[in-house]
Design a protein around this ligand. Structure first.
Ligand code: PMP
Length: 353
């Protein structure tokens, strides 16, 4: 039986993307070569890179003032890369502390400049997105994690500030429309909404670069990668190829508007069941903070946990165990999760009741 993959990441990909990705391992578009063995400087791969970048630009409405990069190192590398490229030692960046990934970004940024924690939900184990905070003036940038994969929270409103936003969108990129003009840098590890692990998408406003006094190693300088068209060194060829296929799929589903509707519908179905079913309780209280990508919940009676896990697994629902720091369950319902997958989980919850 094909399982329904609710894993937080690496995560589900569209079935049609997997079929095409598998075929390209043997023979890329009839070229007689595998995608795994072609040169990153070949015409065939150049076409992949060009199309992937063009799709990113088209879907998110990204203008020429931004560079679009496909790098390696994961989102975790971007925690320091962003600060290293933007922040001088005497300057201050604002950070919103909304989960473990934000905390890691904060830790790395402190190595390069001053950090002002504008708001934090740490005291309640990151169970909500802070509200009612004021962003001070004079910040170099404001960093946030748009979707907190572990805790199941997501920003629905963006901080009010004139400073450029720097956002870790690893777990909700391309899931909804965003006001791109507010963002100085967007970065995302591929392994949730984009493709397999190994590639990191970075969208960076070029005018923010070249303003730090430190010497940047070439591989850690966004300008070098922009000038090199993401081929300064050998990029993760296969993950970028699968990312390109996924971006084509997103476009065919109606782009970000289509994704937004699809994701809202799935999240509504699941949250309504969690709120209705006396056997379960959501760990995030309200829609202001609730993530449409990672839905976290527990059994009202903890003693039910193992039995529900077994019932879900018997129905083919894989990867719903919550992160160890939250416990309970986490259903990750990224872009590629079909509505029917969520229907199956909801059916199991009803039968369990
Ligand atoms: N940020 C978020 C929001 C994440 O969910 C993750 C986990 N994939 C990371 C950062 C770390 O990403 P990576 O493993 O690509 O470094």
């Amino acid at each position: 039986m094909k399982k329904i993959n609710f894993s937080a990441g690496p995560a589900i990909l569209p079935a049609s993307v997997l079929t095409q990705a598998a075929a390209a391992v043997e023979n890329l578009d009839g070229s007689g070569l595998s995608i795994l063995e072609i040169s990153h400087r070949s015409d065939a791969f150049d076409a992949v890179l060009v199309e992937a970048e063009q799709l990113v630009r088209e879907l998110l409405n990204v203008g020429d003032e931004y560079g679009v990069l496909f790098l390696s190192g994961g989102a975790s590398t971007q925690f320091f890369f962003t600060a290293m490229n933007l922040l001088n030692p005497e300057e201050t960046a604002g950070y919103l502390d909304t989960g473990s990934w934000s905390a890691k970004a904060i830790k790395e940024a402190k190595n390069f400049g001053k950090v002002n924690i504008i708001a934090s939900s740490k005291e309640s184990n990151y169970d909500h997105i802070p509200r009612g905070y004021t962003v001070p003036d004079g910040l170099k940038y404001v960093h946030l994690t748009s979707n907190n994969t572990i805790f199941g929270t997501q920003f629905k409103e963006w901080p009010e500030t004139d400073a450029p936003l720097v956002a870790d969108m690893s777990s909700d990129i391309f899931s909804r429309r965003i006001p791109l003009e507010k963002f100085g840098i967007i970065y995302a590890g591929a392994q949730k909404n984009l493709g397999p692990a190994g590639a990191t998408l970075v969208i960076v406003r070029k005018d923010l670069l070249g303003k730090v006094n430190r010497t940047l190693p070439s591989m850690l300088d966004y300008r070098v990668h922009i000038d090199g068209g993401s081929t300064y060194n050998t990029p993760p060829v296969y993950p970028i190829y699968v990312m390109m296929l996924t971006l084509r799929w997103i476009k065919a589903q109606g782009g970000l508007e289509g994704m937004e509707k699809h994701n809202e519908r799935k999240a509504k179905l699941l949250y309504e069941e969690i709120d209705r079913n006396p056997k379960f309780r959501g760990t995030v209280a309200d829609d202001f903070s609730r993530s449409q990508m990672n839905v976290t919940f527990v059994c009202t009676d903890e003693a039910d946990t193992a039995a529900f896990q077994a019932a879900a697994e018997a129905a083919g629902c894989d990867g719903i165990t919550g992160h160890r720091s939250v416990g309970g369950f986490r259903a990750s319902i990224y872009n590629s999760m079909p509505y029917e997958g969520v229907e199956t989980l909801v059916r199991v919850m009803r039968e369990f009741e």
